[in-house]
Each structure stands twice: as C-alpha cells, then as structure tokens.
Design a protein around this ligand. Structure first.
Ligand code: FMN
Length: 174
C-alpha cells in the first residue's frame, strides 16, 4: 500500500516551485496530497490545475464547511515545507486559523509523524518569537529541521528558493 503524505506549503520562496517538492516526494514513494496556506494558494491560483493533475487530488487550502466530507485520504505523515516565519509563529502560539496549521497542530497529538522545514531570512529569524516557536514545536514532538539537518536562514535578499533541500526533509519522514 502506498503511504499518504500531506505536503503542506506556506507562502515562502520555495512554494513558487512546490511542484518540485511534490515530484521529490512522489519519487520517494509517497502518495502526495498537497495542502497550501490561503496565501500560497493565491500564488498558484492561475496554475492550480497543474498541481491537481500532478497530485491526482484536490489541492486544499481552506477548512471545509460543517457537514462537508473529507476530500483527501488519511495521512500517514505530514511535512510542512517550506514553513514560513508567520506560520511558524502562529503554530508555536497555537493559532490554527489556516487549514495548513490546523492539520499539523492537531495531528501531531494524534500520533501522526510531523516534520517541518523552514524557509525565511535571518532578519525574519531574528524576531524573539521565532526561537520560542521552534522550542514550542519541538516540545510537542514536531521534527523541526534547521542547521545542517535542514534549512538555515539566509541573509535578506540572498535566498535560493529553487535550491530548497527537499531531500533532507523527505529523508527524515517515517
Ligand atoms: C514574494 C514573497 C515572498 C515571500 N517569501 C517569504 C519567505 O521566503 N519566507 C517567509 O517566511 N515569508 C515570506 N514572505 C512573507 C509571507 O508570504 C507572509 O508572511 C505570509 O503572511 C505568510 O502566510 P502563510 O504562512 O499563511 O503562507 C514572502 C512574501 C512575498 C510577497
């Protein structure tokens, strides 16, 4: 049975190339469902069909309405990548006002392995909230990949989003 991965992407640089992330996850053997934050979905709005054809599924970005049924299969694992600075801080503070963060903030406490790899610059990362949020995620059991294990914030205006190291995150999924 192919295992199901929710690839959850925020509005951060590498999401412009989220199709690369989907292909990398598929090559690693995952049935990959894509969830975008509402802002990330706006970035892809003109090309959403491409992502739906690539994944073979609906790309979700909004909470369903009460009474609506799930459109995606149950996840065996979740990867939040790229995790934006804003979503990191919302998640760390327990604010789940997007489906993207709502899914992981609950599922990590329901036995689903959750891995997160950030992408933001050093100026964003210097906010005191960032270190607090990373600690809050790790305390809950999220595998947060930074430093040599994942992504280290880049100097402002020197990002290389196309070179986001998808393989490092996929290698850590159980
Ligand atoms: C073109 C563009 C690129 C951005 N790149 C990043 C980024 O790489 N990392 C980041 O944390 N925020 C980045 N931002 C800011 C986020 O998009 C913004 O904080 C947004 O509210 C994040 O929302 P989300 O986490 O719900 O997707 C970028 C904004 C724009 C307009």
């Amino acid at each position: 049975m192919t295992r199901v991965l929710y690839l959850i992407a925020c509005a951060a640089g590498p999401t412009e190339y989220i199709d690369d992330g989907v292909r990398a996850a598929q090559a690693a053997g995952w049935d990959t469902c894509l969830v975008l934050t509402p802002t990330a979905a706006r970035w892809w709005a003109p090309r959403m069909r491409e992502l739906e054809e690539l994944t073979g599924r609906t790309v979700r970005s909004e909470y369903k309405l009460p009474g609506e049924s799930d459109t995606l299969p149950k996840a065996h694992a979740m990867l939040v990548a790229p995790l934006s600075c804003t979503s990191l801080n919302k998640w760390g503070a327990g604010i789940a006002d997007t489906l993207a963060i709502g899914l992981v903030s609950e599922c990590v406490h329901m036995g689903v392995p959750v891995v997160a790899m950030p992408y933001f610059n050093q100026a964003q990362g210097a906010q005191p909230a960032v270190a607090r949020s990373v600690a809050a995620l790790r305390k809950q059991g999220v595998l947060y990949l930074d430093g040599d294990d994942g992504y280290t914030p880049h100097p402002p205006r020197q990002g290389a989003p196309k070179a986001f190291p998808w393989g490092k995150a996929l290698a850590r999924l159980r």
